[in-house]
Ligand binder design. Structure first.
Ligand code: SF4
Length: 344
């Protein structure tokens, strides 16, 4: 496998992305790290505006470390997988406290930071420091398993894929190589209908030779999480306020904002829903349900709505928020869906 062929392809076809360095330059570790954390499980298109917003608000890791966690969560709202935002902040604080605001330039030093696993450490090391590392994401997994026709299924095949990806590293330009591998997977070696005729490795790719490219990477059968159900209560006060609360400090969507609701369980019964209502009111059950898929389980919420008089007090643990200002709260996507279902 000739890594120079891939680099030559990259020089001609590199995608213009907001976090990319100009040709021949390195990217700042803060920008690489920020973009890589945001891009986990999230598309380039969705990340673009969030990346720009974060950089405008917190242009350096020191500025991000000095921010309040609530402000970071608020700015992150809508990107999903909120543990990433908490780790982002914790990592910025660690870079400032342990390293004087300068990212370490070794894989081990980077891996020691909160929220930085092998993938992100490799991405920052390669792209910001040109270290000998290859970040292996889903795109790179696809390219490597096809090039070598790896029969072993994911996730067991991961160590082998990593080893083979490292064996392809060129003697220099590790950062460009990492980005070239990702680009090749994202734009040419796509899950369906890869454009093999445009691929710089089409003459050496084993899967292409066999004609079964689309069957790689092999995957172990998926275990679907069991459906959970619950109820959500949208209360509107006569003066245009909505009842919200903050989720507990630990667990799923920790510290994020939500409308009051029941627990989300496998055996949730609709007849018990109103027992979880935050206050006495003439509750209306809204037609349909709100569905959302978390990493480990799908969720189905039945939404109840009520209007209450202006003098109504917020129950313990909840607060009234002006409806016009609710968008600035750290509302996760599932809660944005609930509000849209109830209010639109
Ligand atoms: S030849 Fe086709 S399958 Fe093989 S790496 Fe290139 S795009 Fe992927």
């Amino acid at each position: 496998m000739d890594s120079q062929a891939l680099l030559a392809w990259y020089d001609r076809h590199a995608r213009v992305l907001p976090w990319r360095a100009r040709k021949g330059q390195r990217q700042e570790p803060y920008r690489v790290w920020l973009s890589e954390i945001m891009l986990q499980q999230t598309t380039v298109k969705t990340v673009g505006p969030y990346y720009a917003k974060f950089l405008a608000q917190w242009p350096t890791v020191t500025a991000l470390a000095a921010a309040k966690l609530d402000d970071v969560l608020r700015a992150w709202a809508g990107l999903g997988y909120y543990a990433r935002a908490r780790n982002l902040h914790a990592c910025a604080v660690a870079v400032v406290e342990r390293h004087g605001g300068v990212f370490p330039d070794t894989l081990d030093g980077l891996r020691d930071l909160p929220g930085i696993g092998d993938y992100t450490a490799s991405a920052v090391a390669a792209i910001a420091f040109d270290a000998d590392a290859v970040p292996v994401d889903g795109n790179v997994e696809r390219v490597v398993t096809r090039l070598f026709a790896i029969e072993e299924a994911l996730p067991a095949a991961k160590p082998r894929i990593k080893e083979l990806a490292l064996s392809l590293l060129p003697p220099s330009r590790s950062g460009d190589f990492a980005q070239a591998m990702m680009d090749l997977g994202a734009t040419i070696c796509t899950p369906k209908k890869p454009a093999c005729s445009l691929c710089p490795w089409n003459d050496v790719c084993l899967a292409r030779e066999r004609g079964d490219q689309e069957t790689f990477p092999r995957k172990a059968p998926k275990r679907e999480g069991k459906l959970r159900r619950g109820a959500a209560f949208v209360v509107l006060r006569a003066d245009g306020h909505i009842l919200l609360r903050t989720r507990p400090d630990k667990g799923l969507l920790a510290k994020m904002t939500e409308v009051p609701g029941s627990a989300w369980t496998h055996d949730f019964q609709l007849k018990d829903a109103e027992a979880a209502a935050p206050l006495d009111a003439a509750w209306r059950r809204l037609p349909g349900t709100v569905t959302h898929v978390f990493t480990h389980f799908p969720l189905e919420l039945t939404v109840f709505a009520a209007e209450v008089p202006r003098a109504t007090k917020a129950p313990e643990g909840a607060r009234w928020v002006k409806l016009a200002e609710a968008h600035a709260e750290a509302l996760p996507t599932v809660m944005r869906k609930v509000l849209a279902h109830a209010l639109e």
